[in-house]
Design a protein around this ligand. Structure first.
Ligand code: F0G
Length: 362
């Protein structure tokens, strides 16, 4: 029987040796690539969804955390730190537990979803709610790691990118070649950097030149930011980023230049979607596709639907959208109607006739 062994073991020949001395894994990766007839029909393309909420802590961060934490463990590190809008902290906390390390997380005060907060605390991280936004937290975490014996596990750590590039490998392995277009949300811009690196390597470019090419081409990269937190779209940092998609509420992405390179070299784009478009896409994913995600994760779908409405999606293109985090991380959005009122469950007695009547079965 085949059991997925985690991304380091599965892609050992494509990952650096220093992450393989002491492997810290929770079995991350191997996530579903789900064809979506609904989105294909709506856009006239062939759309697949890479469901990253199926990772051990419920987001794509686990792919990079196994490599970052393994590298740290290999060096004998005892403590790690990260800044986070929530998912990185949940992942770092879980992998630190596995590694027997101390984990400190800096999160923006009041702006992280309950599910993520619960995870970091349950896994025993020391959680500090910082008076500031994510960008302030990242500056502090970087300074802390420079001056004290703790390792930084944010995506500015190159070991994170190495692990996250395996998302692209899995997609090419599943489809037999790279897609025409890859769509994903962009916050701190680590993931677009990682996917672009993975696709380049699998096409025999850059570090992939040492291996036979697996893909014939690299995809066009389409990234989407939330309109109130869209520095890459505006072309300058945003001092006070705002969006309901708290995971991508980031004003000054650390991998800014790498994101621009992925966009420009691939012939792609990075555009903005409004919170309304994000919530509409969240509803499409939940109620029409069957995949429950957190709001930030719906921004790629929101962007694809926007471009489709504008007639900018090439007919028949093979498109993969990464949905980055699980809906249970931040479930409150499902309990709101499109007009903003609360969803109220129907209350009923337990007799079957009343229930059948309520269901319209009589
Ligand atoms: N989607 C989700 C669910 C995220 O948590 C993040 C980033 C992104 C998309 C954007 O990815 O930063 O690589 O461009 N979350 C980070 C965190 C910032 O702290 O959990 P990115």
């Amino acid at each position: 029987a085949h059991q997925w062994r985690g991304v380091i073991a599965e892609y050992a020949d494509r990952l650096p040796a220093h992450v393989q001395e002491r492997i810290i894994t929770l079995g991350e990766g191997g996530t579903p690539l789900v064809p979506s007839p609904t989105l294909s029909q709506r856009t006239g393309a062939e759309v697949f969804i890479k469901v990253e909420g199926m990772n051990p802590t419920g987001s794509f961060k686990d792919r990079g955390m196994t490599t970052a934490m393994s590298a740290a463990a290999g060096r004998g590190a005892k403590a790690v730190v990260c800044a986070s809008t929530g998912n990185t902290s949940a992942s770092a906390a879980a992998y630190a537990t596995r590694a027997g390390m101390v984990c400190a997380v800096l999160v923006p005060d009041g702006k992280i979803a309950m599910g993520k907060l619960s995870q970091a605390i349950a896994h025993g991280a020391t959680l500090l709610q910082v008076d500031g936004n994510f960008d302030d937290c990242l500056i502090a975490a970087r300074k802390l790691a420079e001056a004290y014996p703790v390792e930084l596990v944010n995506s500015v750590n190159p070991d994170r990118i190495e692990g996250q590039k395996t998302g692209a490998f899995e997609i090419v392995d599943a489809l037999g070649d790279a897609p025409d277009i890859h769509v994903l949300p962009v916050g701190n811009a680590g993931n677009i950097t990682a996917y672009w690196k993975g696709y380049r390597e699998y096409a025999g470019l850059d570090a992939g030149a040492a291996h036979p090419a697996v893909a014939t081409h690299t995809p066009v990269m389409w990234g989407f930011q939330a309109a109130g937190a869209a520095p890459l779209v505006k072309g300058h940092p945003i001092d006070h980023p705002e969006t309901i998609a708290t995971a991508i509420r980031i004003g000054n992405p650390a991998s800014w230049l790498q994101a621009e390179e992925a966009r420009d070299v691939s012939g792609g784009l990075i555009e903005a979607v409004t919170d309304e478009q994000i919530l509409a896409a969240h509803r499409v994913l939940s109620a029409e596709v069957g995949i429950f995600v957190e709001p930030a994760s719906a921004s790629g779908v929101a962007g694809l639907l926007m471009l489709s409405d504008q007639g900018r999606v090439p007919a028949g293109a093979r498109i993969v959208i990464t949905v980055t985090g699980h809906g249970l991380k931040d479930p409150q959005w499902a309990l709101r109607t499109p007009d903003g009122s609360d969803v109220v469950p129907v209350r009923i007695s337990s007799d079957v006739v009343s229930i059948a009547t309520a269901l319209g079965l009589d």
